[in-house]
Write a protein of this length. Structure first.
Length: 121
């Protein structure tokens, strides 16, 4: 159960970062600029959301019975590692290494999918 909850929480933070990166990529056409803009625009939001969740989960460690204490500590550490290491380090590195290929859509899939723009400008 803890794995599913942790995945659900981390998936939302990934969506925020990737949507911001896609928005910047559509605006500039430069994958490096998209990555820098996404981290500058949404990195603080992702880390702040993770910090709030860590604080809430660590309050479970103050409860009486042992199972909620364990759950709080495990989920708090998992969210902290996910936000700091995976979302703010590994995902940007992967996007940087893949460059334009990260945003490439095959022609057959591009014809099937609807056009959705993330850019506001």
């Amino acid at each position: 159960m803890l794995r599913f909850h942790g995945f659900s929480v981390s998936d939302r933070r990934s969506a925020v970062l990737l949507a911001s990166a896609k928005e910047h990529y559509e605006r500039t056409g430069d994958p490096r600029e998209a990555l820098v803009g996404a981290l500058a625009h949404s990195g603080r939001v992702i880390f702040a959301a993770a910090a709030v969740m860590v604080a809430v989960f660590f309050t479970f460690a103050l409860s009486g019975p042992l199972p909620p204490k364990e759950m709080g500590v495990v989920l708090g550490v998992a969210v902290l590692l996910d936000a700091a290491l995976v979302r703010l380090v590994l995902l940007p590195v992967l996007l940087r290494l893949t460059g334009r290929a990260a945003w490439h859509t095959p022609a057959w899939l591009d014809r099937v999918l609807p056009r959705i723009s993330f850019s506001h400008g």
